[in-house]
Design a protein around this ligand. Structure first.
Ligand code: GAR
Length: 225
């Protein structure tokens, strides 16, 4: 429940391990959290995160595409599964499916995603490998609103780190994941407490358009809430 008594149900979509989902479930249970996780839905029946959600007492549904069903058929199934939970927000958390424009528009302004790079750098897959191959000095994670264009919706918050000599793809992925677990709950809190919104294609925080994503500072994060 938000501080002003509003209910903010969140549906989390996953495809795999679900560590960001877990971070959201745990944060939603803090006494000062303005949101609750209404359900977790996975497009893969084998997603490890489904069992994690159930262990934590969250409604978790496996919804793989039925054999032979096309993309728009599957998206309408998914849309129904989400809509019946009446979410205020949909949080994509390692959901590895590209959503079409009609689906995104059905939930316009109410879908967030966490992406493992400093967008607009490295949209798409294998972001850590690509950051290393490009010789980037910095890397990180971004939470952004989802729009029909892949990984290109307005960015809300970013956390960055310096790539160091010991980083290989796996180590770097682990370091970035730790940052994702910090910034995603923060953005969901902002949305559910009415501070964050998407209006006319721009992200607004506290009534002001974001000209650049908020830069996460671990030491200031408690204050930022
Ligand atoms: C996370 O690193 C997330 O940012 C990424 O998948 C991982 C899921 O991990 N998402 C994407 O690449 C989407 N474009 P998790 O299942 O442990 O949260």
């Amino acid at each position: 429940m938000s501080p002003d008594g509003r209910d903010c149900p969140v549906v989390v979509l996953i495809s795999g391990r679900g560590s960001n989902m877990r971070a959201l479930i745990e944060d939603s249970r803090a006494v000062d959290s303005p949101y609750r996780i209404a359900a977790v839905v996975s497009d893969r029946a084998s997603a490890a995160g489904l069992a994690v959600a159930r262990e934590l007492g969250v409604d978790a549904e496996a919804l793989p595409p039925p054999a032979g069903m096309d993309r728009s058929g599957y998206e309408s199934l998914l849309e129904k599964a989400i809509a019946r939970r009446r979410p205020a927000l949909i949080a994509l958390a390692g959901f590895m499916r590209i959503l079409s424009a009609p689906f995104v528009e059905a939930f316009s302004g109410r879908v967030l995603n966490v992406h493992p790079s400093l967008l607009p750098r490295h949209p798409g897959l294998h972001t850590h490998r690509r950051a290393l191959a490009a010789g980037d000095a910095e890397h990180g994670a971004t939470v952004h609103f989802v729009t029909p264009e892949l990984d290109a919706g307005p960015a809300v918050i970013q956390a960055r780190l310096r790539i160091d000599a010991q980083d290989d793809e796996e180590r770097l992925a682990g370091r970035v994941l730790g940052l994702e677990h910090r910034i995603y709950p923060l953005a969901v809190r902002w949305f559910c407490s009415g501070r964050l919104a998407l209006r006319e294609g721009r992200a607004f925080l506290d009534g002001h358009p974001l000209t650049a994503p908020v830069q996460f500072d671990a030491e200031l994060s408690a204050a930022a809430r």
